[in-house]
Design a protein around this ligand. Sequence first.
Ligand SMILES: N[C@@H](CCC(=O)N[C@@H](CS)C(=O)NCC(=O)O)C(=O)O
Length: 204
Amino acid sequence: MSEYKLTYFDIRGRAEISRLVFAAADVPYTDERVNRENWPALKAKTPQGQLPILTIDGANTLPQSLAIARYLAREFGLSGKTNLEHAQCDVIVQTTEDLRSEWVKVFREQDETKRAELQKKLIEEIVPKFWTIFQVTLTSNPTGYMVGDRLTIADLAVYDVMEIHTRDYPDLIKGFPALLTHRQMVADTPNIKKYLEKRAVTLY
Ligand SMILES: N[C@@H](CCC(=O)N[C@@H](CS)C(=O)NCC(=O)O)C(=O)O
């Protein structure tokens, strides 16, 4: 088994999907959390000047959160069984990234009035649009999983990207009963349950 180090800031953010993959596979790794003071010095040494990065066996370093998470998912058998299932997982993971980017736009907006407008649109239009996509994917598959007949990175990615909005707008999920059941299923998966019980609480 390779030795893994995942380096990111002390938030869930763009590293959480990989942390969930490690947890689901029950694979040990170093969860390195960099503080903002140490970041400028490290930034210059990273492949793309951003985090997360994954270091494998102290030798190879990968940037890009989704490339990292998908690499790990393939390594640990959490990416479906066939090439088509890998692609179906990729579709969902990429869709979660589209939703995350919309959230980031709101998060980065400095003007308070504009930010409030963007947030309203996010909650009333954008999040429901994406959740509908996830729910349709889920209900089109009789197994209860996003892809195939077992837990994959697609389930973990959806679980992760929904976290902020299910916490901050708890009524929102009432219109998405299949997603509610799915969230519970992911959270009850023994390795994930164990991880979530011990996970540090961060805002996002
Ligand atoms: N597309 C990249 C985006 C990475 C990214 O935006 N990283 C941010 C944290 S979420 C970062 O490193 N910010 C500090 C900086 O750019 O100096 C990925 O998915 O990994």
